[in-house]
Design a binder for this molecule. Structure first.
Ligand SMILES: [Zn+2]
Ligand SMILES: [Zn+2]
Length: 678
């Protein structure tokens, strides 16, 4: 142990064990802002650096952005806001048709933070020349006109009124105004059909709810955001529509706050940072949605995988590997070929048989289960696999690492007895918390989804399984909401969303019971009485996919990975050629300790070297000159805190590797827990 440890800050930091289970209640209960900001904050602080003046402003900054989103009302929390958003969609549609009478209306729902409306612009004929004019593509200039028109409609304070009509009457009126998409919508509606009028000027089919008149919509809190293409009913064989996205809030201050969040999100965009920090790429030459992990991104991925594998092995999972393709018959047995085909890549022929690249791992695990007769004593069986799958996502939906065509699920399947279900779910919840906590995500939103109308499995088993999921959540002490009827047809499920540093929520983890696959594959175990019974199967993933989780991770820490996860933890900056070999010697020593230290090539002047290291978000750097080489000491500099003083090289490396292994998290000033021995 070092005398008067270099990183005095260790006294202010809390170790998290590799499984991450020792996070105290105090920390778990503290606001997410603390956790998230600590995640992106430095892990090394000298005594002086811990003064309020250095630390507080940085923490404050992240926190304020976080609060920006958390303080804003949502559609769930504020019914008036939801009415405003819904009414605004109609007002926007009316405005568009006033300016472009040829536009046909379709749907315009509210969404998180705003609303959209989809329009169809048919080809038109020039009345003078008789020439065909291509369907209109809306421009930014058009949006400005639309906004002006919206403001006019708002200012007129038109009443918004409801009218109920018969199906025949609705049909007659829709035909009268030539809105073919509305006719299709009408087909799916139950009587009575409700129509909403904006004065006598305009009307739309809608179930509501709306505000009473247009002036209730605060025009200074409404902004049109973008135009995007979208297929009618999401069907690529149908018409291409133009969707206008917009946001509206209850007052201009809220809109301003929301814009600040968007600004912050833009800075954190993983696609930009991925390029800038050389983490990953999508190669044109290979095709869309296929991810190339560059060396730096791969380093982070390896650590993520190691954490995941260690935690699973400690939790008595067996880690397995299965093939990436299989005979199509497997997918027929599983039902994927019938129900999931449009999301699967085409089949390939192998010796006159059809093979399928896998969109899921589950059938493989079922096959392996069937490999031998299992006894009740063998259960539960927990099989985990980092399983790479391929899905045919349409090119229009691809988005960085968030929506891709090939990705690796952190998948696992548990086969258990009905009476083991609740304990198994508890185990999954604990493991999920341990792993997510380690990566800085401690605040969750949890949804339990129950039996939908169309479902397989008996009432008895559905009830027992739903009770087990609920029981596990109650025992875990986690708050949850219920999505009645929102379960999959094959079983109830728990979905967990994490909240990032700027308050956005991401659906990652899922735990699903399945009564269908065991039936389809004829899975069995021999019970104590000697009968053959069907096990319960649980599908679960914690990250969801490694690609998507990596994207979230990048955005959460804005590219500044915590020290233990940083692809390059420290960079040596040589000021003269004479110290190059010395630098490489240090880097070699560091590597032996598992540290990731790089040496700048030294072709730039020092100021440029420092700037480069900072831009690459390297947490620690050290300038190396003749003086450093002769004394065997290094003056280290933290990217966020500046100079931290000079230290003996060997001691420094010991400290650094300790910090990296302990996954040290900085908590809060005054909210400290001493690490034993430090
Ligand atoms: Zn409406
Ligand atoms: Zn599965």
């Amino acid at each position: 142990m070092l005398p008067a440890s270099l990183f005095t800050a260790k006294r202010f930091i809390k170790p998290v064990t590799p499984s991450g289970r020792h996070v105290s209640k105090r920390i778990a209960a503290s606001a997410v802002s603390t956790i998230s900001s600590s995640f992106s904050t430095h892990f090394f602080m000298s005594k002086t650096a811990l003064s309020m003046s250095t630390v507080a402003p940085q923490k404050q900054q992240t926190k304020s952005v976080n609060n920006l989103l958390n303080e804003l009302p949502t559609n769930d929390s504020d019914n008036e806001l939801l009415r405003i958003r819904h009414s605004s969609a109609h007002v926007m549609a009316m405005a568009v048709q006033k300016i472009f009478p040829e536009a046909q209306t379709t749907i315009g729902p509210w969404i998180d933070n705003g609303f959209y409306y989809d329009f169809y612009f048919p080809e038109t004929i020039d009345s003078e020349t008789g020439e065909r004019i291509e369907s209109r593509k809306l421009t930014v200039q058009d949006l400005k006109k639309v906004k002006k028109q919206i403001d006019k409609i708002i200012s007129k304070n038109y009443p918004i009124t409801r009218e109920e009509v018969t199906r025949e009457e609705a049909e007659r009126r829709i035909k009268e105004i030539n809105e073919p998409f509305k006719l299709e919508i009408l087909e799916g509606l139950q009587e009575p059909i409700s129509i909403y009028h904006i004065a006598d000027e305009w009307w739309d089919l809608c179930a509501g709810p709306h505000v009473e008149s247009t002036a209730i919509i605060p025009k200074k809190a409404l902004a049109l955001q973008s135009v995007a293409g979208a297929y009618w009913r999401g069907d690529e064989n149908r018409e291409m529509l133009q969707r206008i996205y917009a946001t509206v809030w209850k007052d201009p201050a809220q809109l301003k706050q929301y814009k600040a969040v968007l600004e912050e999100a833009k800075k954190r965009d993983h696609r930009t940072l991925g390029k800038k920090l050389d983490l990953f790429s999508i190669q044109e030459g290979a095709g869309g949605g296929l991810v190339f992990w560059h060396p730096k991104g791969s380093k982070v991925r390896k650590i993520i995988e190691d954490v995941w594998k260690d935690a699973h092995e400690k939790d008595n999972y067996d880690i397995i590997y299965t093939p990436h393709i299989a005979n199509l018959n497997l997918w027929k047995t599983s039902g994927h070929f019938d129900f999931y085909r449009s999301d699967m890549f085409n089949q390939m022929e192998v010796e006159n048989e059809e093979y399928q690249i896998r969109p899921m791992n589950c059938p493989f695990h079922c096959l392996m289960y069937k490999n031998e007769l299992r006894s009740y004593r063998d259960l539960p069986i927990r099989w985990a696999e980092l399983g790479t799958v391929y899905r045919y996502e349409r090119s229009g939906t691809l988005h960085g690492l968030f929506r891709v065509r090939g990705f690796t699920q952190d998948d696992a399947h548990i086969f258990c007895l009905p009476e083991q279900l609740e304990d198994e779910i508890i185990g999954v919840l604990e493991l999920t918390e341990a792993i997510l906590t380690k990566f800085g995500f401690e605040k969750y939103e949890i949804m339990l989804s129950t039996r939908p109308e169309k479902a397989v499995g008996s009432d008895v088993i559905w009830e027992a399984a739903t009770k087990a999921l609920e029981g596990a959540l109650v025992r875990k002490g986690w708050k949850y909401s219920i999505d009645k009827g929102g379960g999959a047809f094959y079983g109830p499920k728990i979905d967990l969303k994490i909240r990032d540093a700027i308050g956005r929520q991401w659906q990652c983890s899922t735990i699903q019971c399945d009564f269908n696959l065991p039936e389809r594959f004829g899975l069995e175990y021999a019970s104590a009485e000697g009968t053959r019974e069907q096990p319960i199967m649980i599908h679960r993933a914690i990250f969801g996919s490694l690609e998507r989780f990596f994207g979230i991770l990048i955005e959460n820490c804005a590219g500044s990975f915590p020290f233990w996860l940083a692809p390059e933890q420290m960079r040596l900056l040589p000021v003269t050629d004479a110290v190059h070999d010395y630098c490489y010697e240090i880097a070699k020593k560091a590597k032996k300790r598992g540290l990731r230290i790089e040496v700048d090539r030294g072709t730039d002047r020092l100021a440029k070297q420092i700037r480069n290291a900072e831009q690459q978000r390297v947490p620690i750097m050290a300038v190396v000159g003749m003086k450093e080489m002769e004394s065997g000491r290094l003056a280290i500099r933290s990217r966020q805190l500046g100079d931290l003083g000079s230290y003996v090289v060997d001691d420094l490396l010991i400290e650094l590797s300790q910090c990296a292994q302990d996954t040290i998290e900085f908590t809060q000033m005054g909210d400290v827990e001493e690490k034993e021995g430090c």
